[in-house]
Design a protein around this ligand. Sequence first.
Ligand SMILES: Cc1cc2nc3c(=O)[nH]c(=O)nc-3n(C[C@H](O)[C@H](O)[C@H](O)COP(=O)(O)OP(=O)(O)OC[C@H]3O[C@@H](n4cnc5c(N)ncnc54)[C@H](O)[C@@H]3O)c2cc1C
Length: 87
Amino acid sequence: MEFDDGSTIKADGVFIAYGVAGSTALARKIGAEIDGNKILVDENMATNIPGLYAAGDCTGGLLQISKAVYEGAKAGTEVVKRSRKGE
Ligand SMILES: Cc1cc2nc3c(=O)[nH]c(=O)nc-3n(C[C@H](O)[C@H](O)[C@H](O)COP(=O)(O)OP(=O)(O)OC[C@H]3O[C@@H](n4cnc5c(N)ncnc54)[C@H](O)[C@@H]3O)c2cc1C
């Protein structure tokens, strides 16, 4: 890679990050409670909007895949439980 100042870096590959979608924009539009840049959820990943769950980076805390997967599984399990109850 060659930069504007003429300096160069040798690399086998490059990840290009050209902006990211805001994680809370959609939730905010729907009316979910937000604190700063995180969506507020209860222990089952439910937001204040019935039937709306949030998981992963958008709930704040540790920004790691393992946490996102755990929270997603938790939210999914809760949805299944509630749908079995006919809620
Ligand atoms: C450069 C980098 C390196 C990382 N390395 C690691 C690592 O080594 N190990 C690790 O555990 N974690 C790593 N992370 C963090 C990890 O990527 C995140 O914690 C994880 O991806 C969170 O998953 P998520 O599903 O919550 O969010 P995301 O993976 O960000 O997925 C959210 C998705 O929702 C989409 N979206 C947002 N708003 C809308 C909308 N309104 N409509 C439709 N789609 C929408 C976004 O485009 C995105 O595809 C890294 C992050 C970065 C940026």
